[in-house]
Write a protein that binds this ligand. Sequence first.
Ligand code: VAH
Length: 318
Amino acid sequence: MNKILVIGATGQIGVELTAALRSRYGADNVVATGFNQSPGDALVKSDPYCHLDVRNAAALDRIVEEYRCDTIFHLAALLSAVAEEKPQLAWDINMNGLIHVLETARMHRCAVFFPSSIGAFGPETPALDTPQVTVQRPTTLYGITKVAGELLCDYYCHRFGVDTRGLRYPGLVSSKALPGGGTTDYAVDIFYAAVASQHYDCYLRADTRLDMMYMPDAIRAAVRLMEADGSALRHRNAYNVTAMSFTPEQLAAEIQKHIPGFRIRYKVDPARQAIADSWPRHMNDEAARVEWGWRAEYDLPVMVKDMLEQIELKLHKG
Ligand code: VAH
């Protein structure tokens, strides 16, 4: 990777991925793009940033041409809960955006990173120890775009030789940029509520177990996968990766070890509960471990301690 384009750089993953790539490859070698007209507080204003609607193929092509990009991290998408409210828009952004990225990558010989998700699985998928290769019949529009995205990335690899690689991320917990419209967002919102008011109304049931990962692990996984020897990759799109699996009840109990007065209540949102119930509980990530050396570094206690410290700083520094 020499010249990198991050699409969706102002999002929950994009903000931290852009910073990590700029630190590793040099700020001038990482072009950040987002739907926002300006990077806002999320990104360093002095470093390369372009407004980009990923549905505009010509604009995407111009940016790749101008900056001579050889690698594209394509993060722009509508997440699960929002996509259920706007399925046609989600299909347009998630699928037409992806085909424009793959076509541009084909013409400019770029490698492509595509984030899939546990959302790519459905009710028929084995919920525990979910295999790398298994039934994928998601019941959400978001999940359908993730399965189709995985297959499209595989197609561009074997049909056109595009170096496509991807990860099936679990719910991601981060302190730098807020998540935008996902089902697992509770696992981020709860920290802000705990620090600000010591209570949180959770929209998922107390026993809703889901795979989760702390953002530093998610960023390291994406960079390590894109730097891996391509000849060793059998599963390319997209590797199961996980770090922990917990319920809202377990997360709240861990927070209470630091904030004894913290209380959680449950006001279940049927729509997001139905999405969460259709996803697996814990993925098997052996293929990622064997093929490119994946290892998580953050578990629940370490993540909670660090998140609370980061949110305290963020809410009380200014
Ligand atoms: C969502 N955070 O909730 C995303 C993610 C595994 C879930 O894809 O939609």
